[in-house]
Design a protein around this ligand. Sequence first.
Ligand SMILES: NC(=O)c1ccc[n+]([C@@H]2O[C@H](COP(=O)([O-])OP(=O)(O)OC[C@H]3O[C@@H](n4cnc5c(N)ncnc54)[C@H](O)[C@@H]3O)[C@@H](O)[C@H]2O)c1
Length: 311
Amino acid sequence: MPDLSGKVAIVTGAGRGIGREHALALARAGAKIVVNDLGASLAGEGADEGPAHDVVRELEAIGGEAVTNGENVADFAGAKRMVQQAVEHFGRLDILVNNAGILRDRMLVNMEEDEWDAVIEVHLKGHFAPTHHAAAYWRELSKSGKEVRARVINTSSPSGVFGNVGQANYGAAKAGIVGFTLIAAQELQRYGVTVNALAPNARTRMTEAAFGEIPPPEDGFDPADPANNSPIVVALCADDAQDITGQVFFVYGGIVNMLRGWEAGELFASDTRWDPDALLQELRDRLPDGAAPAGMLASMHEAGGQSMRER
Ligand SMILES: NC(=O)c1ccc[n+]([C@@H]2O[C@H](COP(=O)([O-])OP(=O)(O)OC[C@H]3O[C@@H](n4cnc5c(N)ncnc54)[C@H](O)[C@@H]3O)[C@@H](O)[C@H]2O)c1
């Protein structure tokens, strides 16, 4: 296991599910952890310090050092306080895992404004705000001549990279997180910060709400175990991964697929501006069967995984 001793990590939404597993895995590798969790409901309502406190106790029980943070990740000032807490409490910050998230699924024709706004806010601003404040801290360190080997791990979703029906708000936010990852990776490389993203899969309250109960297998490997998503986080946090940045890792059980995102594809080239009729003809000639997204299930199969819905 990569040795992360001496490093300090913030894991957002670490009170439950996948974030809790990231915190445990990073602590086992030696990192000290700021366990952030608002303790919100799945829809993002309410607050409860209990889940974050419980995880701090679990980390301490395995010999780790951890502290609770109850900030809302989408609160810009709160995110700054969270970064300050890591630096003041543990003396430094090396790793930021942006994982906190909520769901308010609805077909887009029925979606209410607040369902759109809340999901975009928690996921997209909830990635920007902590990353901004952590990046400002790392830039200052780098400018003062210190060697920085810092990490941001963001959390996208198969819904964001492949597109899942009923999740226009969530999928748009998760696709935005991929765009954010690509840009942050390029902007922060000069300060010694890598920025990557996961498209995870796991049995958590989030997937059980979407797909119903997902019972674990009676024996053998459990591909839906949320802990399956954490080895790639630990690996990316190793000093040896200093030159791997701007990537999106789909995870399902023992499958880790480094996805290819938007890249150059079918080229329609003309020496002058296209005439729409000619362009339509070209589209019809090259796409006799039309063109449409494959959908999340087919794309997950192609990536080596499957949907929780199929379990
Ligand atoms: N479970 C999956 O299969 C799956 C698939 C794709 C993506 N994801 C993503 O993985 C991440 C973790 O999801 P999970 O399945 O573990 O869900 P979860 O509901 O079990 O955990 C999410 C945690 O985030 C916390 N949280 C919510 N809003 C917050 C806020 N504003 N500030 C701080 N904490 C907040 C919640 O209190 C909760 O403990 C999410 O970003 C989710 O969208 C999960």
